[in-house]
Unconditional design. Structure first.
Length: 132
C-alpha cells in the first residue's frame, strides 16, 4: 500500500509529531509501507517560506528533500501525464491549488492521502482515500 503525505502532515513529521494521530504514526513507522512526499509539497513550502508565511525551524526549504529521504520518504515527482490530466479533477470553489494537485496525484496513483485537512472531503466521491 502506498501513502502520500499532505504538506502539513510532512511538516508535522518534522516539527510537531505529537499532532499526528496514532494511526498515521503507525503507518509512517511501518517499513513495509511506501510513504511519499510530493514535489508539490516542496514547492508549496518553498513558496510560503519565501513569502514569509512559513517559518522553518533550523532548516531551509532546499534541504527538505534530503530530510524527507533520510526520514524514510520517497519523493513523488509531478510527471507530465498527471499534470496534463489535471483537468479531470472536479473543481470545488476556491480550493488551494497545491491541495488540488496533491489530491489528483493521490487519486491518479491510487495512493492514500495522509491528511487531517477537511478540504479534501469533496474529493472522496472521486476516488480519494484519506487517512487520519
Amino acid at each position: 500500500m502506498n501513502y502520500l503525505v499532505d504538506t502539513h502532515t510532512f511538516l508535522y513529521v518534522l516539527f510537531s509529531s505529537k499532532k499526528i494521530t496514532k494511526k498515521v504514526r503507525d503507518i509512517l513507522s511501518d517499513p513495509q509501507l511506501t510513504k511519499m512526499v510530493s514535489a508539490i509539497t516542496f514547492w508549496e513550502i518553498s513558496l510560503k517560506y519565501s513569502l514569509g508565511k512559513l517559518d522553518l525551524i533550523g532548516i531551509l526549504p532546499d534541504k527538505l528533500p534530503f530530510v524527507a529521504k533520510d526520514s524514510g520518504f520517497e519523493i513523488l515527482k509531478l510527471d507530465a501525464e498527471i499534470a496534463a490530466s489535471f483537468y479531470k479533477l472536479p473543481k470545488f470553489g476556491d480550493k488551494d491549488p497545491f491541495d488540488c494537485m496533491l489530491a489528483w496525484q493521490a487519486i491518479s496513483k491510487d495512493y492514500y492521502l495522509l491528511t487531517q485537512d477537511q478540504d479534501f472531503t469533496d474529493y472522496k466521491d472521486y476516488g480519494l482515500n484519506v487517512v487520519w
